[in-house]
Design a binder for this molecule. Structure first.
Ligand code: HEC
Length: 166
């Protein structure tokens, strides 16, 4: 009996079940912004809605959308349905080292997300806002500024600035 038990332990260990080299992420590993928004898995593989630039900050941005977002953009669906997630990635705008008429992304500055969930985020127009710098969520004060600016400028477009670039 005992021999069988130890054989089982050896087999399980060999299969990486008892001592996995890379344990699965637990809830505690996932960092949430004060709004509860977390960095969505796989967002870097989402499709491009549009690029943008900001002059005063000298930044290049790209806005990405998950599948639900892309479908809504392509069919001009407003308001965006629950499950829509938009991502905004921002980099410093620097001159290309190889061709000085071209600007390219330099240091990453931040990633931001807008998650549509009408019930959960009823207080902020149905959108949950999240900002992360190097994977670390920004503070409550910064998060307090998201909704007011989006609401003040693009209330008529479900709080979304970016339009789909064909
Ligand atoms: C002062 C105004 C302002 C504030 C504050 C602001 N945004 Fe935005 N946001 C914009 C503008 C303008 C755009 C359009 C794209 C760009 O600027 O590159 C945008 C775009 C976005 C997008 C892409 C979807 C869209 O609406 O086009 C996300 C995601 C986003 N912001 C998240 C946030 C988060 C999260 C915060 C708060 C931590 C925040 N924003 C605060 C002005 C603002």
């Amino acid at each position: 009996m005992r021999r069988h038990a130890s054989t089982a332990v050896v087999l399980l260990a060999a299969a990486g079940i008892l001592f996995p080299a890379f344990p699965a992420a637990t809830a505690a590993d996932i960092v949430a912004a004060p709004t509860g928004v977390t960095i969505p898995k796989g967002y870097r593989n989402w499709q491009v809605v549009a690029p943008s630039q900001r002059d005063d900050k000298d930044e290049i941005r790209v806005i990405l959308g998950n599948d639900i977002a892309m479908k809504a953009f392509r069919t001009n669906r407003l308001p965006f349905p629950d499950g829509t997630i938009l991502a905004k990635l921002a980099w410093k705008r620097v001159k290309s080292a190889e061709f000085d008429k071209t600007f390219v992304p330099g240091e990453p500055q931040r990633v931001e997300f807008m998650v549509k969930d009408v019930r959960r985020y009823a207080g902020t127009g149905g959108w949950g806002f999240g900002r992360f710098v190097n994977g670390v969520p920004a503070d409550e004060k910064e998060h307090g500024a998201c909704f007011p600016c989006h609401e003040a400028n693009v209330k008529g477009h479900d709080l979304v600035f970016t339009r789909y670039a064909q």
